[in-house]
Design a binder for this molecule. Structure first.
Ligand SMILES: Nc1nc2c(c(=O)[nH]1)N[C@H]1C(S)=C(S)[C@@H](COP(=O)(O)O)O[C@H]1N2
Ligand SMILES: [Mo]
Length: 322
């Protein structure tokens, strides 16, 4: 498109909601539509850092995808973290009150070596690796995020779970002085999640410590959060303070709230609709500066990780165990 054409675009067309909300987007959109670089303009997107090509092994394991990354601006400003409020912009606006260091995690239950550890001791000797995962929220949007983290299995094994450890339960911090959203009873705090032990030990399950090569921002669940890429986003619990090995399926926050809408497993499944909306498609937060949402794309069984995880659910009726 020529500059002259670009200037003829009516304002109503370029100031759609996403652009209107974010001045950076408007400027970047104009730059893109006029194919003009904005030299020295601090508002333009910085060039993407070069990324190592994906090895066949990484692709086979599901550890990385070459899909377009969601921009860091969107990953860190469009969030669900109800402890900071229910609006998507609330967590990034209110994040500063969350103190992420020092941070201790209490590990207990069916294991030989329970303990209360500082985050640095919990991760000692483990080097965070990059994983580029799709994240599919149950609400029908998705992102592609380059996480940093360690396999959850590597951390859990240190506590030597016993044969009675059939499930792992996780709890988020619930401190009203640090989390302004706790005054609203949107959820029966603290936020709790759980995994079956084989899911917790699966190589795709990540204990994330960062994203885009940097420490995790508070709004994304600093200092430590789960990332379980084949399950709806709410299973990926943020700002974890407690891990328990348990024998029975543990209660979880969203399941407690609406058991017919949010199952314990919550594997991404386009064939099982949410009672109030279809799960067949999703809107990818796509990595373009001009528009927050791209066109709808089909949602994939297990969020595209069926090859890696379907075996864990063999013989299970995924409609019953949604
Ligand atoms: N403690 C806690 N963890 C949480 C949530 C939350 O509200 N509180 N929201 C969940 C939901 S619904 C999603 S989609 C993801 C969003 O993660 P992101 O903001 O890093 O993209 O976090 C999940 N983990
Ligand atoms: Mo979500």
């Amino acid at each position: 498109m020529s500059l002259r054409d670009a200037l003829r675009i009516p304002a109503t067309e370029i100031t759609d909601e996403a652009v209107y909300r974010d001045r950076r987007r408007l400027i970047a959109a104009l730059a893109a539509s006029t194919a003009l670089a904005l030299p020295g303009c601090a508002e333009a997107d910085p060039p993407a850092p070069p990324r190592a090509p994906i090895t066949p092994q990484q692709a086979r394991s599901g550890f990385r995808t070459d899909e377009t990354l969601t921009r860091i601006e969107d990953v860190t400003s469009y969030n669900n973290f109800y402890e900071f409020g229910t609006g998507k912009a609330d967590p990034s606006k209110a994040r500063k009150t969350l103190r992420t260091s020092p941070w201790t995690i209490a590990v207990s239950g069916e294991c030989a070596k329970p303990g209360v550890l500082d985050q640095t001791d919990l991760l000692k000797g483990l080097t965070p690796e990059e994983r580029v995962y799709r994240l599919r929220c149950v609400e029908g949007w998705s992102m592609v995020i380059p996480w940093l983290g360690v396999p959850l299995a590597a951390v859990l094994k240190r506590f030597q779970p016993t044969s009675k450890a059939k499930y792992v339960a996780f709890t988020t911090l619930a401190d009203p002085r640090q989390m302004p959203g706790l005054v609203y009873r949107s959820i029966d705090w603290p936020y709790r999640e759980g995994l079956r032990i084989d899911e917790a030990m699966h190589p795709l399950t990540l204990l994330a410590t960062g994203l885009y090569g940097k420490p995790l921002p508070q709004q994304n669940g600093a200092p430590l959060r789960l990332v379980v890429p084949w399950k709806y986003g709410f299973k990926s619990i943020k700002s974890i303070v407690e891990i328990r090995f348990v024998e029975k399926m543990p209660p979880t926050a969203w399941n407690d709230l609406q058991p017919d809408e949010y199952g314990f497993f919550s594997n991404v499944n386009p064939n099982v609709d949410h009672p109030r909306w279809s799960q067949k498609t999703e809107r990818r937060i796509a990595g373009t500066a001009s528009k927050l949402f791209a066109e709808r794309i089909p949602t994939r069984l297990f969020n595209g990780y069926a090859e890696q995880v379907a075996g864990m659910y063999k013989g299970m009726d995924l409609r019953k165990w949604f």
